[in-house]
Design a protein. Structure first.
Ligand code: AMP
Ligand code: MG
Length: 394
């Protein structure tokens, strides 16, 4: 492989080349939020299935105001009345309840005088008023959702309305997450000098889940070549994507690249002209994707968003994420040789850096609304310039 660092877009293109769509599987609707539909959903019946009332009131025949009608029955939601409504009659009806035969309109409770056994209409009752017709929402046989549709709350509800309890969906990506480093201790552990809490393991799992993936393994491993290789082999047994952090540089205690190479993972790129996140490694093995992200917490997160997230979207059938844009509220110094992802907060339609931008400063990431992509070059990007924004939600 060439040794010159790649552009962000070049690196993303090399990743995209290795992405292929995961298989579809039968999924319970309540587990399908965020997945992509792999079939066409057809309405199994009319929705609503019968004409029903849009109001609480009295179902009757259309006609003049001033009529007094005898209340002959009640139709409640889920409990239709089998009475046929004649002239001079009404059926007490609740919202959503089926219209009784013979009635073609509903007088809302607000426009009648209710005497209990009878009601007097204060207003003229027009045919069809306050009646929802069968099939007004969906007709039996209608194509309701097409393959490729991302399933949000409304789509899931619509599929249920169309008669479904399961859907064919592109399955979730199985992702193994591994943090490397002798200095790492698990969340909550007492720290000895030189140690630190393994925040990447938590952040990376959260990113995987928020991109719709399933975490099938999450562990940390010390800077030991044999142990690293053993853990990576386990990860490759069960994951579509392996993401690890740290240990990817060229120091004597960096074993990530070597371990993956030993396991037959082919290097696709190494290093990107990016700040933070230059020492990013990507490889693949028979359709499995392997990401070696830098260890510093902000670098790991930025490179996840730039490289892992698009791969997760692609193999799960989701379209690429749209970049946003904003106006810089203050000048930002450019890096001469690397494109920079600057943590920014958005205020009054303008973007401002959230504070110190070191790759170890996770607190300024937590304050950010987005990453501003500042192209490399001389000098600075002036306040008022248009900038591209990378969302923090993958
Ligand atoms: P490395 O890329 O392994 O050289 O790691 C660079 C630095 O990132 C380390 O010295 C740590 O300070 C930090 N770091 C590495 N891994 C983690 C992790 N899992 N959680 C938090 N910080 C980490
Ligand atoms: Mg390390």
């Amino acid at each position: 492989m060439a040794n010159a660092p790649l552009d962000i877009a070049q690196a993303q293109a090399l990743i995209a080349e290795q992405c292929s769509l995961l298989a579809a599987e039968t999924t319970a609707i309540d587990d399908a939020l965020g997945l992509v539909l792999a079939e066409q959903v057809i309405a199994s019946g009319d929705v609503p299935s019968s004409a029903n009332s849009a109001m609480d009131g009295f179902a009757a025949r259309a006609g003049d105001a001033g009529r007094t009608l005898r209340v002959v029955a009640e139709s409640r939601a889920g409990h239709p009345s089998d009475v046929t409504v004649g002239d001079g009659e009404a059926v007490r009806i609740s919202t959503g309840a089926t219209m009784p035969i013979g009635a073609d309109a509903v007088a809302p409770v607000e426009v009648v005088e209710d005497q209990g056994e009878s009601v007097t209409l204060i207003e003229e009752l027009l045919a069809g008023s306050n009646v929802r017709l069968a099939g007004e929402d969906l007709r039996a046989g209608d194509a309701v959702l097409a393959p490729g549709r991302e399933l949000g709350p409304a789509e899931l509800g619509l599929a249920v309305a169309a008669g479904r309890s399961e859907l064919q969906c592109v399955r979730r990506a199985r992702v193994a997450v591994i943090a490397t480093g002798d200095e790492l201790r698990e969340a909550g552990a007492e720290l000895a000098p030189g140690e630190l809490h393994d925040s990447n393991l938590t952040t990376m799992q959260a990113l995987v889940r928020s991109a719709g993936g399933e975490v099938v393994m999450a562990t940390n491993v010390g800077d030991d070549p044999a142990e690293t290789q053993r853990r990576f082999a386990q990860a490759l047994e069960k994951a579509d994507i392996v993401v690890c952090s740290g240990g990817v540089s060229v120091g004597p205690h960096d074993h990530v690249k070597g371990a993956f190479t030993e396991l037959g993972v082919e290097e696709r790129f190494w290093r990107v002209a990016l700040r933070p996140g230059r020492p990013t490694w990507f490889g693949s093995r028979d359709g499995q994707l392997v990401f070696g992200l830098p260890g510093n917490p902000v670098s790991a997160m930025v490179t996840f968003l730039l490289f892992v997230a698009p791969a997760l979207r692609a193999i799960q059938g989701r379209p690429p994420q749209q970049l946003g844009s904003s106006t810089l509220g203050e000048a930002i110094e450019r890096h001469a040789h690397r494109d920079e992802c600057v943590r920014v907060r958005l205020e009054g339609g303008e973007a401002f850096a959230t504070g110190p931008q070191g790759s170890h400063i996770l607190s300024s990431m937590a304050l950010a609304d987005a990453l501003a992509v500042i192209p490399r070059g001389e000098g600075s990007v002036a306040a008022g310039s248009e900038i591209e924004l990378l969302p923090l939600q993958p």
